[in-house]
Design a protein around this ligand. Sequence first.
Ligand SMILES: Cc1cc2nc3c(=O)[nH]c(=O)nc-3n(C[C@H](O)[C@H](O)[C@H](O)COP(=O)(O)OP(=O)(O)OC[C@H]3O[C@@H](n4cnc5c(N)ncnc54)[C@H](O)[C@@H]3O)c2cc1C
Ligand code: FES
Length: 366
Amino acid sequence: MARIELVDWPHTLENSGETVLDTMMINGVPFPFSCGAGDCGACKGHVLQGKVEHLPCPESTLSKEERDQGLVLACRCTPKSDIRLQTLGELVHMPPVVQQFGRVVHQEVRGGGVAVIRVALRKAVEFRPGQYFMLKFGALPARAYSVASVPGSTELEFHIRRVEGGKTSTLVTQPGLTGQYARVEGPYGHGYWREQHAGPIVAIGGGTGLAPMWSIVLSALSGSARREVHLYYAARTADDCYWEQELVELARRHPHVRLHNTLSRLQTPDARAPIPQRAQRVTDALREDFKSLAGAKLYIAGPPAQVAAVSAVARELGLDNRDLHTDPFSDNPEHHQDSWFKRTMHRWHIRREARHWRHHPEPAQR
Ligand SMILES: Cc1cc2nc3c(=O)[nH]c(=O)nc-3n(C[C@H](O)[C@H](O)[C@H](O)COP(=O)(O)OP(=O)(O)OC[C@H]3O[C@@H](n4cnc5c(N)ncnc54)[C@H](O)[C@@H]3O)c2cc1C
Ligand code: FES
């Protein structure tokens, strides 16, 4: 049995062969994580003493150079000896995970095979902008969907794209969902808005990855209407743009917000498009728009390959790892398979965490 010592945590933890992240959850440590499957990097840490065994994970989430520097993904490693670990993120109180039944009160099927739905709950649920919930319709499997609305309402809005052959997304994007009930469980995820950071925000939504970015940007602007915000909506073609009217309205209300619509498969931008189009990938747009991202916070959600490519460019542009907050829409089966265990542990973790934070002041967020 190996022991894990965590910087800023008062107790030594015992590991019985499970991943380091599972040890954290079993022991109620508020260690940051999101996908639990090696895709997002939220659980990245630095091993200061001891050795770990790395489980397979994409090079884009943890590069060879990072491994050589002693960096690990807590969800993709097991200790080979006693270790001393420091998270690159932060140990912070998160809203409790709760489960409620909600009723779909609005469904609108838009361009690009995207349904915008609103689910009414009996009681408003606490979450941070950028987080996601697990939605379960009838006997279909529960799936993760990011909230597009801002906290405080009894209705949660989701943007759901139809995936070919997909169980839940097919149901949700077929007309006739209004009135149906869904089990809503959450919130989850560490790609949430860091409210105390006053610097520039770069928010990138790939496809329906726009949903959590919308929640983050609206929340940030409601706190400080003049803050520097760059919102990129990245899609393939103009037909994929399901949120155009709302983006136009945002540009009208907040003219200082830099809005970009990057379209990777577009040949010639349409000069009459209400949101200026850029016929390029979002990674190329970032390289063009920023000499340096140092001091900014970058949030990105959407297809895992796009999240990985943007993360690499952001690091090239000088963004600190701690200022990169990602939410890859992974279809990695591990995300689903592990979810029961992880969710159970998460609830346990939240209860124990609540006890911990009553006695320890919350560290400052970056
Ligand atoms: C943290 C998180 C947040 C998410 N938020 C959103 C969101 O806000 N909006 C949204 O539309 N989706 C989101 N997703 C994706 C969503 O959870 C489902 O994976 C997706 O809707 C497909 O579910 P399904 O039941 O229809 O497909 P399944 O029946 O699970 O899969 C059917 C087939 O489609 C493939 N597949 C599954 N998911 C995807 C995918 N995302 N892209 C490409 N192929 C896929 C599978 O490998 C399989 O071959 C999120 C995923 C994660 C992990
Ligand atoms: S990479 Fe570990 S939680 Fe996402």
